[in-house]
Write a protein that binds this ligand. Structure first.
Ligand SMILES: [Zn+2]
Length: 357
């Protein structure tokens, strides 16, 4: 379930305001912070209402039935960018779902920050696991529960409201551009083309990606790099037809058993990935970089409590921050095969698994 702690929204907002303003530190930071806080205190209810309105739109990029919702969501963001201080904003078509672009140029000779975010969300199924409907945001204990609240509507909207705060308090010291795409959750198939077609429009000195998380509830964070992703689907098939387990069981390899063995063999006893060549070209972090990483605040108990696990798992010799930050991993994101419907069935023919690394 997605959830966005409101307190972290505010803390992150201030961190990002500070980051943006530090690019050109021409104004006194303390005075600016005071102005931002006052503005935020006056408008925070509206900020929240606006974000909830976005969360109510089921902008599920993977499902064609939501095509109109995607367009509606993009139009709303365009309007919000204009309301928040952008000089211009537009919904730009791609071969898939549109990109929303907006900009506030105060002086072309000053540095430009490009904020990236995405308005599409993952499908919310299985719906029965939701305590509240995924597109009816619910606030419990200061946290917003809704699909997309923490990936990525909450994050990118923070930047939109950061722009409004900077504009309205006359503290904007750099140019700001927004690129909010609608296909991140399906692998951004049209983003590369969009970027190369709009090089001039997107030109920037700094790119600020809103699509990340905080180290902890109390630690606003700026990531300086992210891991890439490649996705494969493996299908294992065996005999030329479904086989009855009572007749053939024990005599012919069951593709699901083979698939399970293949997956299990992908990690050794040290949770090191066994696929030949997997670690080729992986850049090893230096001792100095690892020492710097270890200084970032991290509370293992909080991390485990948040996930409801008794122990952590991962590659021997690396910390959790390193396992999730500088080491490649191999994850099984889905597995299916045979008959999984109601009642029993005694045939099986193939099994598939989707993996990312
Ligand atoms: Zn995301």
């Amino acid at each position: 379930m997605s959830r966005l702690p409101l307190s972290s929204f505010v803390r992150s907002l201030f961190l990002h305001l500070r980051t943006i303003s530090l690019i050109l530190p021409t104004l006194n930071l303390t005075i600016m912070q005071q102005a931002w806080k006052e503005y935020h205190d006056q408008h925070k209810d509206r900020f929240l209402d606006e974000m909830l309105e976005l969360l109510r739109i089921p902008s599920v990029s993977a499902k064609s039935e939501h095509k109109e919702d995607m367009q509606r969501c993009a139009e709303l963001i365009r309007q919000r960018l204009l309301d928040s201080g952008c000089d211009s904003a537009q919904v730009m078509p791609t071969a898939g779902h549109p990109v929303v672009y907006g900009e506030k140029i105060i002086d072309p000779s000053k540095p430009t920050v490009l904020v990236y975010g995405h308005y599409d969300v993952q499908p919310a199924e299985p719906l029965e696991l939701w305590t509240n409907p995924p597109f009816e945001p619910t606030i419990v204990d200061g946290k917003v529960y809704a699909r997309g609240s923490a990936d990525d509507k909450g994050q990118f909207y923070m930047h939109v409201k950061a722009l409004e705060t900077l504009v309205k308090t006359n503290t904007l010291t750099s140019n700001i551009k927004f690129l909010i795409e609608g296909e991140e959750e399906v692998g951004s198939p049209n983003l590369a083309t969009f970027v190369s077609d709009n090089k001039e429009l997107l030109k920037a000195d700094v790119i600020l990606i809103s699509d990340s998380s905080m180290l902890s509830m109390d630690t606003p964070s700026l990531d300086i790099g992210v891991r890439g992703l490649s996705y494969i689907e493996v299908e294992v098939t065996g005999p030329n037809r479904d086989l009855h387990s009572g007749t053939y069981g024990g005599a012919v390899a069951n593709p699901i058993t083979i698939l399970a063995k293949m997956i299990a063999s992908c990690h050794d006893a040290n949770n090191h990935i066994t696929i030949p060549g997997f670690y080729e070209d992986v850049v090893e972090a230096t001792a100095e970089e690892r020492a710097l990483m270890s200084r970032a605040p991290y509370n293992e108990k909080e991390y485990m409590d948040d996930l409801g696990v008794q122990a952590l798992w991962g590659e021997t010799g690396y910390t959790t921050a390193e396992r999730t930050g500088i080491r490649p991993t191999l994850e099984v994101n889905g597995i299916w095969g045979g008959y999984t419907g109601e009642g029993g069935f005694v045939h099986s023919s193939s099994g598939s698994a989707g993996c990312t690394s």
